[in-house]
Write a protein that binds this ligand. Sequence first.
Ligand SMILES: NC(=O)c1ccc[n+]([C@@H]2O[C@H](COP(=O)([O-])OP(=O)(O)OC[C@H]3O[C@@H](n4cnc5c(N)ncnc54)[C@H](O)[C@@H]3O)[C@@H](O)[C@H]2O)c1
Length: 359
Amino acid sequence: MEKFDYMEKYGYEQLVYMHDRSSGLKGLICIHNTTLGPALGGTRIWEYANEDDAVLDVLRLARGMTKKAACAGLNLGGGKAVLIGNSKKLRQDTVRREAFWRAYGKYVESLGGRYITAEDVGTTPEDMEYIHMETKHVTGLRNTSGDPSPLTALGVYKGIKACVKELTGTSKMDGMKVAIQGLGHVGMIICKHLADEGAVLYVSDIDTERVDEAVKQFNATAVKPEEIIGLDVDIFCPCALGAIINEETIPTLKCKIIAGCANNVLKESAVDGQKIHDMGILYAPDYVINAGGLINVYQEIIGYDYNSVVRQVDVIYDRIREIIRTSKETNTPTYLVADTMAEKRIEMMRNISSIYLGK
Ligand SMILES: NC(=O)c1ccc[n+]([C@@H]2O[C@H](COP(=O)([O-])OP(=O)(O)OC[C@H]3O[C@@H](n4cnc5c(N)ncnc54)[C@H](O)[C@@H]3O)[C@@H](O)[C@H]2O)c1
C-alpha cells in the first residue's frame, strides 16, 4: 500500500514505527488529527497476517478515533496503536511482558503528549501500569477509571435501545432477538444488559469457553462463528473485530438493526453503508455507539467523576436518535450523517480557535 497517498487522502498527521529487539516489541502508533486536542486511542495487540494489515488497521482505527471524540463532544484528537503479537503468550512470560510494555511506554513518552494511550483488544489495566512506569500519557489505570469496557457496553446498550425505538416505537428490549458476535470484555457485558431486560440472545465466539459462559449465565443459544451474521434476528451486534459488514456478508444479512461495539464495522463505509441503507437496515454508526469507553478515559484526564461519565454515556441514546432522524429526513445513510456531524464540529472548533483572546 502507498502509505503517504493514503495519509494525504484522509489527512493524517503522523505514523510511527516502533521496534525493540530484546522484548520483541513491534508496532505502530498513528496520530490522525489533533485539532480538538491530544490524540487518544487504545493499544491493540493482535497477530496480523502481514505488515500491511497492521498498517491499514492502525490508520483506519486512528481516523475512527478522531470522529468518535468529535461526535462525543470531547476535546480530543484521534490516534491509535497496534502491536504485532500474541497477548496470551506475552502474559505467560512475566519478564518479557514488563520489558515489552515499558519499551512501548518509552515510545508513547517520546511523542510528548501528542498521543495518549488506553486499553483495546488484547490489552489489560495491568499492561497500562507497566506503560505508566515510563509515561504519564496513559489512561485506564487500575486506581483511576480502570477498564473502560463496562462504560462502552453501557453506551452500546443505550444505542441499541435508541434503534429499537425506531423499529418498534418503544425502547423496550423484551423479546427482541439479538445475535452477538464476540463475547469479550464488552460483548459479555452487553449480553448482561440485554438479558436483564428480557432480550433473547444468540451468541458466538471463536473462544468456546466464552460461549459456554454466556449460555450458562444468560440462557443464550450458541451459534457457530460462521452462522452468526446471517441469523434471522432483529439485531446483529458485532463485538469482535472490524470490517465484518462487507460485500460478502451483506447479501446474507437478515437483521433489521446493526448495532455493536466493534470499531470499523463497515469494510468500505461509502459502499457498504449505502447498501445496508438501501436494504432498509438501520445501522448505528460504530464510533458514535461505542464512545462510552472514550468518554470514561477522557474524564480521567480532566478529573474523574463516575456519575458524570454515566450521564454523558446516557447521551449516546439521544445522539443515535438525532442521527436516525437526520438520516430519515435527508435519506442519507447513518454513517454519512455521523461523518458530517464529526467534520462539522472539527471545522467549527478550528474556526473558533482563530478568535484572538488578548494577553
Ligand atoms: N473495550 C472497549 O472499551 C472498547 C471501546 C470501543 C470499541 N471497542 C471495540 O469493540 C470490540 C471488542 O472489544 P473488547 O474489548 O471486548 O475485545 P476483547 O478482545 O475482549 O473481545 C473480543 C472477542 O471477540 C472474539 N472474536 C474474535 N474473532 C471472532 C470471530 N470471528 N467470531 C466471533 N468472535 C470472535 C474474541 O475471541 C474475543 O472474545 C473491538 O473491535 C474493539 O476495538 C472496545
